[in-house]
Design a protein around this ligand. Structure first.
Ligand SMILES: CC(=O)SCCNC(=O)CCNC(=O)[C@H](O)C(C)(C)COP(=O)(O)OP(=O)(O)OC[C@H]1O[C@@H](n2cnc3c(N)ncnc32)[C@H](O)[C@@H]1OP(=O)(O)O
Length: 127
C-alpha cells in the first residue's frame, strides 16, 4: 500500500466541530459524504453531465479524523463502462497544524451518467 495519495487530489475541506461526536471524532458518514462529493465531481467532469452514485464498495475506517484535520480526497478513474464510471477514492487526513498525512479510508465508487430525464446514458468518448 502506497504512503502517497493515489490519483488526483479532487477535494480538500476542513473537519469542523459540527461534524464530530462529543469525543472530537469526525463522523464516518461525513467522511463518506466528502468521498461521494469528490466522486461526483470527477465523474461529472468525465461524463460531461450529471451523474448519480450507483454503488459504494466495502469501506473500513483505518484511522480517525479529528476536528481541525484537513480532509483530502483523491480519485482515480479505474474503469469506464457503457454508462458507469468506477473510481478508486482515498481519504487522507492532514493533521491539525502539522504536515503529517494519514490515509483514513478508501473505497471503490460506481457513478452512473444520467440523461436529462434521469435515465442512464452512455459516457462520451474522452476528449
Ligand atoms: C447525486 C447522487 O449521488 S444521487 C444519490 C444516490 N444515488 C441514487 O439515488 C441512485 C439511485 N439508483 C438509480 O437511479 C439506478 O439504480 C441506477 C441509475 C444507478 C442504475 O439504474 P439501472 O436501471 O440498474 O440501470 P442499468 O441496469 O442500465 O445500469 C446502469 C449502469 O449502472 C451499473 N450499476 C447498476 N447498479 C450497480 C451496482 N449495484 N453496482 C455496480 N454497478 C451498478 C450497471 O452495471 C450499468 O453500468 P454499465 O452501463 O457501465 O454497464
Amino acid at each position: 500500500m502506497s504512503d502517497q495519495p493515489r490519483g488526483q487530489l479532487t477535494l480538500r475541506t476542513l473537519a469542523m466541530p459540527g461534524d464530530a461526536n462529543a469525543a472530537g471524532d469526525i463522523f464516518g458518514g461525513w467522511v463518506m459524504a466528502q468521498m461521494d462529493l469528490a466522486s461526483g465531481m470527477r465523474a461529472a467532469e468525465r461524463a460531461k453531465g450529471r451523474v448519480v452514485t450507483a454503488a459504494v464498495k466495502e469501506m473500513a475506517f483505518a484511522k480517525p479524523v479529528k476536528i481541525g484535520d484537513t480532509l483530502e480526497i483523491s480519485t482515480e478513474i479505474l474503469k469506464i463502462g457503457r454508462t458507469s464510471i468506477t473510481l478508486y477514492v482515498e481519504a487522507w487526513a492532514k493533521r491539525y497544524l502539522s504536515d503529517l498525512r494519514e490515509r483514513v479510508t478508501h473505497a471503490e465508487i460506481v457513478m452512473v451518467a444520467m440523461d436529462k430525464d434521469g435515465k442512464p446514458t452512455p459516457v462520451p468518448a474522452e476528449g
